[in-house]
Design a protein around this ligand. Structure first.
Ligand code: HEM
Ligand SMILES: N[C@@H](CC(=O)c1ccccc1NC=O)C(=O)O
Length: 286
């Protein structure tokens, strides 16, 4: 139905020949709505090696998922700050499902052998996943704050500014701790107000608060659920890091990275990082 003064929607129809007809509005097609022309014009391997297409696509898919994770995790942090935990749980669950997809993507990439990769590795120059600004934003947002990591992006002012906004603001974990304070847990002042761009220092008071929540889950059910959503996210992040490290070892062994790091040794060291340290340490204390 349409109003009298509006133009009727133009319709197109095709008979599929099996007693089915498809009708559609030709003013907005699938490809137009999804902007597929520019999207599908972006897969441009620079060598003539067969496997480079896979390498490009796997990175592009990961970057799209990172975009969605950032969309969800930023919104979850805002919801938590507004004491709206249920929508935040839904968003964090979605982040965990996306992470599962990103982890599974390593299985596809593992079909590329060392010789397949080495055949085009030189064309990559000094580019590296180390320069993924969305990945860095997600790390900052979850709570791995290191101003030096933003420096790799100085030459791109828009990315640098964006990274600094997230670096200088409370992380997802910081807003959760602020929520615990609003719920009456006594936390150190430095946990609630500090220079957010600096690395987080774990505290016994925060661990004690999580301990109370885990011991009395029935009384603090929503905070208990929040703790488990955070653990899911960190657990999956860690699985992603581990699979990346193992895939890299399988493909380039102990070579140093194009981004200037030692390679696998650097990636192994990153496995020790913790976004929500007291949520892990408390498990040994319950
Ligand atoms: C053949 C496949 C791959 C190899 C050999 C590889 C290798 C490496 C190496 C050696 C590093 C350390 C930095 C450096 O010196 O370059 C690194 C970092 C990184 N890579 Fe990959 N990578 C591969 C695939 C991927 C894929 C598919 C992604 C998905 C987006 C990715 C994302 C990253 C990220 C985000 C970092 C930074 C990690 C951090 O700083 O903690 N890599 N990669
Ligand atoms: N750091 C990798 C190169 C690499 O993997 C890469 C290069 C360009 C764009 C994305 C990449 N992926 C992850 O680091 C290497 O050292 O072979």
């Amino acid at each position: 139905m349409h109003d009298d003064n509006s133009t009727p929607r133009e319709r197109s129809a095709v008979d599929l020949g099996n007693e089915q007809q498809v009708h559609w509005d030709p003013t907005m097609s699938y490809g137009e709505y999804l902007d597929l022309a520019p999207l599908l014009a972006c897969q441009n391997p620079i060598s003539d090696q067969h496997d480079e297409m896979l390498f490009v696509i796997i990175h592009q898919v990961s970057e799209l998922w990172l975009k969605q994770c950032l969309h969800e995790a930023h919104a979850a942090a805002r919801a938590i700050s507004a004491d709206e935990l249920r929508p935040a749980f839904k968003m964090l669950t979605r982040v965990a499902r996306i992470q599962a997809q990103m982890i599974n993507a390593w299985e596809v990439l593992a079909t590329m052998t060392p010789s397949d990769y080495l055949a085009f590795r030189d064309s990559l120059g000094q580019s590296s996943g180390f320069q993924s600004y969305q990945y860095r934003e997600l790390e900052f947002l979850l709570g791995n704050k290191h101003p030096r990591l933003a420096e790799a992006h100085r030459r791109h002012p828009a990315h640098y500014q964006r990274l600094h906004e997230v670096l200088d603001a409370p992380s997802l974990y910081d807003v959760c701790l602020q929520l615990l304070a609003r719920r009456g847990f006594e936390l150190p002042e430095a946990t609630l107000q500090r220079d957010w761009s600096t690395p987080y220092t774990p505290s016994p008071e925060v661990e004690a608060a999580w301990s109370t929540i885990y011991r009395h889950a029935e009384r603090y059910w929503d905070l208990y659920e929040l703790a488990e959503k955070l653990i899911d996210t960190e657990y999956n992040f860690h699985k992603w890091r581990f699979s990346h490290m193992k895939t890299v070892e399988r493909i380039i062994g102990q070579r140093s990275g194009t981004g200037g790091t030692s390679g696998v040794a650097y990636l192994e060291k990153a496995l020790a990082l913790r976004f929500f340290p007291e949520l892990w340490s408390v498990r040994g204390e319950l």
